[in-house]
Design a protein around this ligand. Structure first.
Ligand SMILES: C[S@@+](CC[C@H](N)C(=O)[O-])C[C@H]1O[C@@H](n2cnc3c(N)ncnc32)[C@H](O)[C@@H]1O
Length: 163
């Protein structure tokens, strides 16, 4: 899905898009509209549609990618993420207690093996990985610090057994 222009919020009361910059700066973000407890399901992932790998897609298996078709498009990457995408349960889940107004983020290599759009991370976390290009390009000891999707765990095993 392309950048959304002033559409009705997809998840009112849960999170909203904070639009900033222009469409080429990719600087908009998603913020919580209420508090969430660690482990809480923030929302189910519904309305997913299959498609090619793109900057906006999420990988759901070794070979499949989907578009989120909601404000979740604006979920940025962080190396100290506040959420993870539980691909098995099709849900976005809080990784820590989140306060209203805080940004919702996830660790992109937790779902993405080899990303379509590589970028230098702006998160500033102590353990920031720097260049974000997908789990394929990230050392196993770094990935092991994060909550990862089953398909990424499997792909890491295959990579490491071939070395
Ligand atoms: C699906 S978009 C996320 C929403 C995006 N911020 C926007 O305004 O459209 C993914 C893109 O956002 C940017 N992005 C997300 N997280 C980032 C981060 N931690 N550091 C730098 N750029 C990031 C990158 O350009 C990435 O390819």
């Amino acid at each position: 899905m392309q950048q959304q222009e002033q559409q009705a919020p997809s998840h009112p009361g849960l999170f909203k898009v904070l639009r900033q910059g222009d469409s080429t700066s990719f600087s908009s973000k998603l913020v919580a509209e209420r508090d969430f407890k660690k482990g809480e399901t923030i929302a189910d992932l519904t309305g997913l549609t299959p498609g090619p790998k793109r900057y906006s897609s999420v990988q759901i298996s070794a070979t499949e990618h989907v578009e989120l078709n909601s404000d979740l498009l604006y979920l940025n990457h962080s190396c100290d993420p506040s959420t993870y995408l539980d691909i098995t349960k099709r849900a976005i889940v809080a990784l820590k207690d989140i306060k209203q107004g805080e940004e919702l983020t996830f660790f992109y290599p937790s779902t993405e093996w080899d990303m379509a759009q590589v970028f230098d991370c702006w998160c500033g976390a102590d353990k920031c990985v720097g260049k974000v290009n997908g789990a394929r390009h990230t050392p196993t000891e770094v990935l092991e610090q994060f909550t990862l999707s089953e398909h990424i765990i499997q792909l890491i095993k295959e990579r490491d057994s071939n070395q």
